[in-house]
Design a protein around this ligand. Structure first.
Ligand code: C5P
Length: 321
């Protein structure tokens, strides 16, 4: 057993590219994507307390600029503990390992739920990684492969965050991703670009977005897509030339609700006007982002665009600390 305490940052991510393929027999969609983890993160504290009743207490404090709009009731309400993915991750870990020591988990929630920034998936991954360390010892500790297997049971994006946390000797916050989201290939670490997140203050449900995509496949998306970049062909240089698409972005901008169309069109245009080299929607929304040559430029755009109907937060790709 370790000292019984563990604190972790639980990073968000953006998808630079997201191409959705056919619905598979298991109900999930084949996809191809580029994921990159951000410095923008939730914060989790785990502490064991005496007793082996298998109790897991979870307390959540919502905070930070992107949740300002959300706190007016425009995001998904917090789920009861037993449905929270952090709790589900701890239960899955307990049932796999037999680890029963009582546990308190405190979450400082900064990443808005339903924003496409992967907050819930990242929280689940952090929980697996923290519990694995806290349980320690010959009976408790799982291999990286076993953790990745548990991660895939919790959600399609969870393995990415587990792998970023494990790093297995390869230090990079970015992966090209396929399968239903769980097949990961290494990408070289990104340059110190600035990133400006723009959150429109409403949440987007992933399962609803996939259902909407199935019903409204755009003709353009049915056509042959550019071949997915093999990891070795990928370059971080010249973001203005990336040309990456996000099928959800094209869908919502063209066929979404009036609010989606207006918000995404305006935000993406504002980010471009403010000097972003590349703009996109993360995942199935609702957070948009702009890539800037350096952090100072993202921060300048943040103050230039401040006061609009959306909330901004400048950040950068996760780096080794
Ligand atoms: O895996 P995760 O729990 O994050 O997925 C949420 C929902 O998004 C799934 O229930 C499914 O409806 C949809 N999804 C999908 N194909 C994927 C990932 C997610 O259809 N590759």
């Amino acid at each position: 057993m370790s000292t019984g305490k563990k604190t972790l940052h639980s990073p968000g991510k953006i998808n630079l590219y997201l191409s959705i393929g056919e619905k598979r027999a298991d109900g999930f969609h084949a996809l191809e994507s580029i994921f990159a983890a951000l410095d923008f993160a939730d914060f989790l504290a785990f502490s064991l307390f005496p007793g082996n009743e298998g109790t897991t207490n979870l307390t959540i404090e919502e905070t930070g600029p992107l949740l300002e709009l959300s706190q007016k009731g425009q995001h998904f309400p917090l789920l009861p503990t037993e449905k929270n993915i952090i709790y589900l991750a701890s239960q899955l870990f307990r049932s796999k390992t037999g680890f029963k020591t009582n546990l308190n988990i405190e979450l400082k929630k900064v990443i808005p739920p339903g924003s496409g920034l992967g907050g819930g998936s990242s929280n689940a991954a952090a929980t697996l990684l923290a519990l694995n360390e806290l349980a320690g010892g010959p009976t408790g500790r799982l291999s990286g492969e076993e953790l990745l297997d548990l991660a895939a049971q919790l959600g399609s994006d969870v393995p990415f965050f587990v792998e970023i946390g494990l790093q297995s000797g390869k230090k990079s916050p970015a992966r090209s991703v396929s399968g239903r989201g769980e097949v990961l290939s290494f990408l070289p670490p990104p340059p110190p670009y600035g990133i400006l997140l723009a959150f429109p203050g409403f949440a987007s449900s992933t399962s609803a977005a996939f259902g909407f995509l199935d019903k409204n496949r755009l003709d353009s998306a049915k056509k042959t897509k550019p071949a997915f970049l093999a990891a070795q062909e990928f370059s971080w240089d010249f973001p203005e030339k990336w040309g990456f698409i996000n099928d959800f972005q094209e869908l919502f901008v063209q066929c979404g609700s009036a609010r989606e169309k207006e918000s995404y069109r305006n935000i993406l245009a504002d980010l471009k006007k403010a000097g972003a080299s590349f703009t996109g929607l993360s995942g199935s929304g609702s957070c948009c982002f702009g890539i800037f040559p350096a952090m100072e430029e993202a921060a300048r755009a943040e103050s230039e665009l401040g006061g609009a109907f959306y909330v901004l937060k400048s950040t950068f790709f996760l780096r080794d600390s």
